[in-house]
Structures are given as C-alpha cells and as structure tokens.
Design a protein around this ligand. Structure first.
Ligand SMILES: [Zn+2]
Length: 82
C-alpha cells in the first residue's frame, strides 16, 4: 500500500498504486479529462497552454495529465513545459 495525497481535496489515502486522486474526486478528475479530450478532438494539435486557455484551466492541470501518460499529443508536436 502507498500513502497518497489527493490533489483536489488534500485527503491522505491509501491505495495499492501511486495516485493523486482519492475515490471521492475520481469523478471530477474524469470529467476534467473528458473535457480535455473533447477539446483535442476539435483542435488536434493544441499544446498544453492552448488547452488550458481554451478550457480555462490552470496549465499544470493539463500538464499533469500528460505526466500521467493519459494524454498524448499527435505527431510529437507537443513540447513539454520546463
Ligand atoms: Zn479528493
């Protein structure tokens, strides 16, 4: 078991894997992720900053999905933020 902290509500929780979302906030996380997916369908070559601006999200939220490997950018055009 690993002790994780939820990035939304800050709750500490145990899970068998590394996670940054507790079970209560999982849905919120999935909603956020589907909004980003929708955006990328409309604007396929957007970078993290454009997505963040388009959806009015903090850029780090978008980058985090990339870090988790859930978002991939087509044709390798996306450059990771430093
Ligand atoms: Zn939470």
């Amino acid at each position: 078991m690993k002790l994780n902290q939820c990035r939304y509500c800050g709750t500490m929780f145990k899970a068998t894997y590394s996670s940054t979302v507790c079970s209560h906030c999982k849905e919120l996380d999935n909603i956020l992720f589907s909004r980003i997916e929708e955006y990328l369908k409309k604007f396929p070559n957007s970078n993290a900053i454009q997505i963040a601006e388009g959806l009015e999200l903090p850029t780090f939220e978008v980058v985090r999905f990339i870090d988790e490997g859930r978002l991939q950018f087509s044709k390798g055009k996306f450059e990771r933020l430093k």
